[in-house]
Design a protein around this ligand. Structure first.
Ligand code: MRU
Length: 369
């Protein structure tokens, strides 16, 4: 997508130096646009853990590139495999909920195993990392085209009046390599001249909606309004939301959806008010091994300081302020699970389906056991 008119992906290998991975460091957005270099798998793991890069698709792509950097620096002897296993462990420990990370690491380990010489292994690790990133972008683009049909239909039903879409957190291009998932249909609709407006949940505690989704939409000039996390239900009760589109960090084969904390409450409100609730996700986000999201999806718990402090711009500098009594403890559950029964449809790169095992397998028949 474009930043000040110039096309960027969220992560890429430096053109003139193939041992450097470059990222948009999201910690500084929306106030500063910072591009940072990562030179080792250790640096990639820190960037994922501390959320310089975040979002399901992007941490998958980062993990793929991290494995490539690990292969570049691994000793070429009997310790190569051990070094790669260590690298995989580092990346897997960085964040537990989004399954894209484990999926990308597994893809790299399988590809490396099929190669024999160091030259072959390096070539394979490079190609696999690029393939993961390119596929993520291509799938998000396709999700945009499928989701566009839903917005077009809603616009027709409303006689061309503004289609109001609510989204939570950032499932935009910053959470992937390009286009995004929840935002891809919105960008496609806007480009087609459909009158769209986005309600952007701020998404406490890290405010990915207020700082990242709003920045993205502003860059692409899509009309939007930031709302507090608790406003969605009120807007739905007053007919001000035509549909909800959110992303996912892990979706079970039965259609339960783990996404940023607070998504479940939006789904309940949507259900109560007859508002369609869509989840947009690439197939790399589907965990085909599990059926029960509530019991089987690990929910990341992050540090209490993210709840207790808020970051923002203060006299031109990014600073942190304490919101709570210093001595009060805080809990920080980063994701929740929305059961399939509250989801209207899943928007994938192969089309839209009901959140059901049979329906997912219809789109992805190669997953039938
Ligand atoms: O904690 P984050 O910012 O990495 O969370 C991921 C998300 O952006 C959301 O949960 C999103 O809706 C999922 S799609 C990438």
């Amino acid at each position: 997508m474009k930043v000040n008119g110039k096309h960027f992906r969220t992560i890429w290998i430096e053109d003139n130096n193939k041992s450097i991975v470059r990222i948009i460091d999201q910690r500084f957005l929306p106030h500063r646009f910072v591009v940072a270099d990562l030179a080792s798998v250790g640096e990639v793991a820190v960037a994922i853990k501390d959320m310089h890069v975040r979002g399901a698709g992007l941490i998958g792509a980062a993990a793929g590139l991290g494995m490539y950097l690990a292969a570049l620096h691994a000793p070429w002897d009997e310790f190569f495999d051990q070094a790669m296993k260590h690298a995989a462990g580092l990346l897997l420990a960085a964040r537990p909920t989004a399954v894209n990370l484990a999926w990308a690491v597994k893809k790299q380990l399988e590809a490396l195993e099929a190669a024999s010489t160091k030259t072959e292994k390096l070539a394979v690790a490079y190609e696999t990392a690029c393939h993961i990133a390119d596929m993520d972008a291509a799938h998000c683009r396709q999700i945009g085209q499928h989701g566009l049909l839903l917005i077009e239909e809603m616009s027709r039903r409303k006689g061309g009046k503004t289609v109001n879409i609510l989204t939570h957190c950032n499932a935009g291009w910053l959470a992937f390599v390009d286009y995004g998932t929840a935002t891809a249909p919105i960008y496609a609709a806007y480009e087609k001249g459909i009158d769209v407006h986005v309600w952007v949940d701020e998404t406490r505690p890290r405010n990915q909606g207020a700082s990242l989704t709003a920045w993205e939409l502003a860059q692409q000039k899509v009309p939007h309004t930031i709302i507090t996390d608790n406003a969605g239900g009120h807007l739905m009760q007053h007919g001000l939301v035509d549909m909800v589109i959110v992303g996912s960090d892990r979706t079970t084969r039965t259609g339960d959806v783990a996404n940023k904390i607070g998504t479940y409450l939006k789904a309940l409100a949507a259900n109560d008010n007859g508002v369609p609730f869509f989840v947009a996700l690439p197939s790399s986000t589907i965990d085909w091994e599990i059926e029960d999201g509530l019991a089987q999806i690990p929910i990341e718990e992050r540090g209490a300081e993210e709840v207790k402090y808020m970051e923002g711009l203060c006299n031109g500098e990014i600073c942190k302020v304490l919101l709570t009594p210093e001595e009060s403890p805080a809990a920080n559950y980063a994701f929740d699970v929305t059961p399939a029964r509250l989801v209207t449809g899943l928007i994938t790169e192969r089309g839209i389906c009901k959140p059901q095992k049979e329906e997912l397998l219809r789109l992805f028949p190669e997953r039938k056991r």
